[in-house]
Design a protein around this ligand. Structure first.
Ligand code: ATP
Ligand code: MG
Length: 430
């Protein structure tokens, strides 16, 4: 026997349903994905699918060299000709915008897009944090006004409500202003933090010189007081930025969406400006952020397109489904309606014919394969999760009858003329 090969650390299999325990199985994900399709359709967002591999320069330029993602989390490798550096995508926005610019999708009008798929970051795996994880992302491209910022948040709230987790999530918002406002604040922040440089940890010392705003994002409890007293970006916003932010907040209030202003919310990627937001929960331990996003008005131009103010967000599917599974609700349908059992000469063919007719009439059908005793087949029928069993044995074959058994309910077992099969099953299923 050959040696078993293990999956790569931090990259998980998604398995089919065992018995009646849906846990976080492929069926559970499918049910979620169906919800996402309906949800995006309700808000008129169209799907875009981009490759998992991109040129490394795309992420360096968009996410930013000094971020954790680009600095230490990317899966980067040389293509075989050694001249081209490629990277497994660590997030979806950069690829989405690359495609939008490449295909000139903003030529005529703004666009509302969504994507879903695997992302890759070399992080320390733990509950809610993996090396291959999955995101659903939403991007509204070519919209400057804060009403779209509010639509983004309302869209999230709509999905949380549908998944039964709205009450477990807190919306945090902040405004990062524009480039000049951030530069003015940055200077004040660096001056302030430099005073405390000997008290900072190594990460924060490094960030002080590369990306000082990110120091405020530290999770180190010893630095909380220093950070709390640091100059606040919000105090550096000019009139236009303030107005944009205020309108956004007024719309949220008008829509009865509760929020908390967090002046230290800066987000991990460099491209954000003006509105940023995160949905967090206290139900998932350290991996508290389920969804995050914000405005990136300059990014499309940065990537070679015509300037187009834009905003987007992404949610982590693993974290979201952990929360939904423990506290929310998601209907999962993963069982056949009918399990067909058969025994005796000619029963196999007859069973296959019934299976065909049942499927043509909209039933999901599992069929027993092999020739064990009916008693053992009943065990399989039960394991399959099917609602009903259809039994074809000698007497049914001889009399052109079928036997139906209600495996889950109170209807018991009946034998009826074969031509009544569909109408009886429709009646039982209703
Ligand atoms: P965190 O602070 O938790 O590392 P982030 O700011 O790096 O999150 P984003 O880049 O904003 O995350 O991605 C959006 C969402 O994707 C996150 O809110 C989270 O739900 C999910 N996510 C990010 N990284 C991972 C990961 N390694 N494993 C699972 N989910 C992740
Ligand atoms: Mg991260």
């Amino acid at each position: 026997m050959g040696q078993k090969i293990q999956s790569v650390k931090g990259m998980n299999d998604l398995l089919p349903t065992e018995q009646k325990d849906f846990k976080l199985t492929s069926a559970y994900w499918q049910a979620f994905e169906n919800k996402i399709q309906n949800w995006t359709r309700r808000f008129d967002y169209k799907q875009i699918r981009t490759p998992i591999v991109e040129q490394t320069s795309l992420f360096v330029r968009s996410i930013g060299e000094e971020t954790d993602v680009v600095g230490k989390e990317m899966y980067t490798f040389a293509d075989s000709n050694d001249t081209l550096s490629l990277t497994l995508r660590p997030e979806g926005t950069a690829s989405c915008l690359r495609a939008v610019v490449e295909h000139n999708l903003l030529h005529e009008a703004p666009r509302k897009l969504w994507y879903m798929g695997a992302m890759f970051r070399r992080e320390r795996p733990q509950k809610g944090r993996y090396r291959q994880f999955h995101q659903v992302g939403i991007e509204a491209l070519g919209f400057a006004d804060p009403d779209i910022d509010a639509e983004m948040v309302a869209m999230c709230a709509d999905l949380w409500r549908e998944l039964g987790i709205l009450q477990y999530l807190t919306l945090e918002i902040n405004s990062l202003g524009n480039r000049e406002e951030r530069a003015a604040h940055r200077a004040a922040l660096v001056a302030y933090l430099t005073e405390f440089e000997d008290k900072l940890d190594d990460d924060s010392k490094r960030r002080l010189h590369t990306n000082p705003l990110r120091v405020l994002d530290t999770k180190n409890p010893d630095l909380q007081e220093i950070c709390n007293n640091a100059p606040r970006l919000i105090d550096y916003l000019g009139e236009d930025s303030k107005k944009h932010y205020q309108t956004f907040k007024d719309l949220l209030t008008g829509l009865e969406i509760q929020f908390v202003e967090n002046p230290r919310l800066v987000r991990g990627l460099d491209y954000y400006n003006h509105t940023v937001f995160e949905w967090t929960t206290d139900k998932l331990g350290a991996q508290a952020t389920v969804c995050g996003g914000g405005r990136y008005d300059g990014l499309i131009e940065e990537l070679g397109g015509k300037a187009a103010p834009s905003i987007g967000f992404a949610m982590g599917i693993e974290r979201l489904l952990l929360l939904v599974h423990e506290h929310g609700s998601l209907q999962v349908a993963d069982f056949p309606d009918v399990f067909i059992m058969q025994q005796g000469d000619g029963a196999t063919l007859q069973a296959m014919k019934y299976a065909k007719i049942l499927r043509e009439n909209g039933f999901d059908v599992a069929q027993f394969s092999g020739s064990t005793k009916l008693k053992n087949q009943f065990k399989r029928a039960d394991q399959s999760g099917a609602q009903f069993a259809l039994i074809i044995a000698e007497s049914e074959l001889a009399n052109q009858e079928v036997t139906l058994k209600d495996l889950r309910g109170e209807r018991g077992q009946i034998t009826i003329p074969a031509h009544e099969l569909i109408s009886k099953l429709n009646e039982w299923k209703a």
